[in-house]
Design a protein around this ligand. Sequence first.
Ligand SMILES: Cc1cc2nc3c(=O)[nH]c(=O)nc-3n(C[C@H](O)[C@H](O)[C@H](O)COP(=O)(O)OP(=O)(O)OC[C@H]3O[C@@H](n4cnc5c(N)ncnc54)[C@H](O)[C@@H]3O)c2cc1C
Length: 307
Amino acid sequence: MNVRGSIKHNELLSRHTSWRVGGPARTFFEPADREDLITFVRALPAEEPLLWLGLGSNLLVRDGGFAGTVIHLHGALGALRLGTGDGVQGTGQDAVPAVQTIYAEAGTHCARLAKFAKDGKLAGLGFMAGIPGTVGGALAMNAGAWGGETWPQVSEAEIIRRDGGTEWLPAGDFRFAYREVEVPQRAIGFIAARFNVTPDADGSHERYTRESLAKRKATQPVGKPSAGSTFRNPVGDHAARLIESCGLKGHRIGGATVSVQHANFVLTEDGACAADVEQLIAHLQATVKAKTGIALHAEVKIVGDAA
Ligand SMILES: Cc1cc2nc3c(=O)[nH]c(=O)nc-3n(C[C@H](O)[C@H](O)[C@H](O)COP(=O)(O)OP(=O)(O)OC[C@H]3O[C@@H](n4cnc5c(N)ncnc54)[C@H](O)[C@@H]3O)c2cc1C
């Protein structure tokens, strides 16, 4: 295939997931840039199974790996720039755009996007500062934290179709809910988005971001291998509270344990495998259901084949 990026075979996905577990991808593609990605997708056989990969921070890949093609965008599609949205405050030479947009490609780290907005004294994306994923992953998951969420900030998103064609679609074409996004059927992946941001005139958004990061550090096992929150919070409750109330903090299966600091985080240690994590997830679900009657649903995406 005539691409400029890198194509590898049997690349271990444990090298690309935050849990550091997961078997090999049959084919692993890292495009050189956006055009290269389009060339690659256009040439893919229609029946080839595809998995988009950002920073693998919400992904459990089973130990047998992924029998298809993984497209890895982090480190490739990282363009970031400021644009002007609709609406202007003031008149004449003093005019300040009331809403600006930031264009970010899908491989951009969320923290980089948040810093870019902060450096421009712009509000709206501070919640992304502590999310260790890419813009593509944030769009796919409707990532959010501390009251902020991805999709309410999106003005439009660029998607790619299976035939390699691309389209900019307004945010209204996507339905989103808590950690959930419904995309038009023809969209197989995100390649970029434009985010609405507003002037952070009094610096209050920057303060909120700083405080949120401090709260995250104090309450979450930051820096240990995890995928963040393992389960979605049930309506009106918290998965962490339910897991803790069942006495499951610190529970271990193989190399996977429930964090003692934050019970919705499952941590892995050297030697852990994806089956340990998946079994622990199943055990937490079964125990919480049996003791409280509440079903916990995984927030993390579980993909691939068992070993
Ligand atoms: C320590 C820690 C803290 C976290 N805190 C938060 C938090 O506060 N809030 C929160 O929401 N999440 C949090 N997460 C989870 C995770 O960071 C987010 O879900 C993030 O958005 C995932 O991005 P990613 O690039 O790593 O996606 P990946 O894990 O690589 O992929 C996740 C899903 O998105 C899909 N995907 C990725 N890129 C694309 C693309 N370009 N097009 C289409 N689909 C794509 C994948 O196929 C997969 O289904 C945390 C994780 C960790 C490890």
